[in-house]
Design a binder for this molecule. Sequence first.
Ligand code: ATP
Ligand code: MG
Length: 554
Amino acid sequence: MSDEKSLNFIEERIENDLKSGKYNQLITRFPPEPNGYLHIGHAKAICLNFGLTQKYGGYTNLRFDDTNPVTEKTEYVNSQQEDIQWLGFQWKNELYASDYFDQLYTFAEKLIMDGLAYVDNSTAEEIATQKGTPTIPGTANIYRSRSVEENLSLFRDMKAGKFEDGFCTLRAKIDLASPNMLMRDPIIYRIKHAPHHRTGNKWCIYPMYDFAHGQSDGIEQITHSICTLEYVAHRELYDWFIEKLGIYPSKQYEFARLNLTYTVMSKRKLLQLVNENFVAGWDDPRMPTISGLRRRGYTPASIREFCERIGIAKRENLIELSLLEFCIREDLNKNAHRVMAVLDPIKLTIENYEEGKEEILIGENNPEADDKGGTREIPFSKELWIEAEDFMEVPAKKWFRLAPGAMVRLKHAFIVECIDYKKDENGKVTEVICRYLPNSKSGSDQSGVNVKGTIHWVSAKHAQEAEVRLYDRLFTVESPDAEEGDFKDYLNPESKSIIEKAYIEPYLATVESHKPYQFIRKGYFCVDKDSTAGKLVFNRTVGLKETWKPNPAK
Ligand code: ATP
Ligand code: MG
């Protein structure tokens, strides 16, 4: 059953469990709370849970952990589903913790009847003080010895809406001296008069996470309930409820959450960035959300590859954002069509090319692909746009691009020699004048001239205008969460820059459905949803090479 790669600790566990016959099929779940959009950290949990059942058979449920009515919305449910499917995974059952509210209520009554839960009228502060500290045991209050009948009747009153928010809670009666603070009579139900996105006004009491999660796992007969390390201390409680309720014994396993440099990874913080307009929405291409990465031009395969490469750890760690960029660059290098776009244009005029003449050159779309990605037509004429940075009045050493007297090849076209240039009143070069070698056409070059540099260009007459958006890291520091003060103090003010008028090959305006592109020498780009019929908008997904350096001023 195992492949050649060594197994991670969860796979080892599963292989043992299946081998020993403890389970006859693997059932996992992915349990997002619908209180925001999913991010790359969730992608790791998704790839893990769905990946395991793809590998070992069985299935994965999607269970919305919707026990907190105040922060949850249907918009988030829908986006989370879309993102999981986009990543390439399909759940077996779509379930909601709220589907189990009746069942969970019955479980709570059972605990009360077994003398294992009580209604407590203490305030939150009182409960906190009575709990003690890890070294000092907690103390029982008067409510702890309430009779089963009294507890039952009070709990029913809670449910019936007879009390205000916070008036009382239902607590499990476990062990006030436990070294595990979570075992010191945890709250399992609270009063909250708030409508729920699915159950409406039916409930005014809601179960706490710990009283919903393991029970939902048990109801669904989840064999391996995989979560992140924050839940290690909850495992004892998870097992306690399952045992006392006598339900299916799901087991919890923990792995280290994904932390990425130059990013924050919590829906609550990402929501702040959206609400306070630091970004243009959950799918802003700078966001670490799955929808942001998608809009940025990341592919599902690149994200799955990233999750595969980082593997599963038992200790917290911080992964370099550049590894994620490496994964998308590798994917796009294989799959993106190469096209020409000029982002900072100056004119190049070919003096000896006939006025009004046009010719069609043929460009291969992708030299890295087996079929070369097919070809496209590229019009050529007397006046072209080239990048301003490809010309130097006084060439530096080892400068192989344009300069007075220098020769260069125009990609897919001819060799040109610079014979003159023009400047505006500010001294900025506005036009480079060249002569071309008519017998140097790419593919049938008879010129015998060897040049070291090749530059990209777009025919001025045929060029289409486009807007190009360039992105940089959203934060200036590796761990915005770990810095002093507010994480938002470390936002990178230069994380987005816009080129209003770039020139692209006319071919791009005729393409019906856009794939990713490599703008030759400039990076990988994708078409943004803000594009209109008259003007395409591109996002830079990632540069061609790792170029980023930390800002020394910060
Ligand atoms: P957030 O603080 O971002 O909302 P969360 O853990 O509260 O994170 P949930 O919606 O409850 O978010 O998470 C659903 C699943 O995704 C859980 O099993 C959780 O452990 C997992 N998960 C969340 N963040 C990460 C992460 N950074 N790395 C790996 N798994 C994660
Ligand atoms: Mg959560």
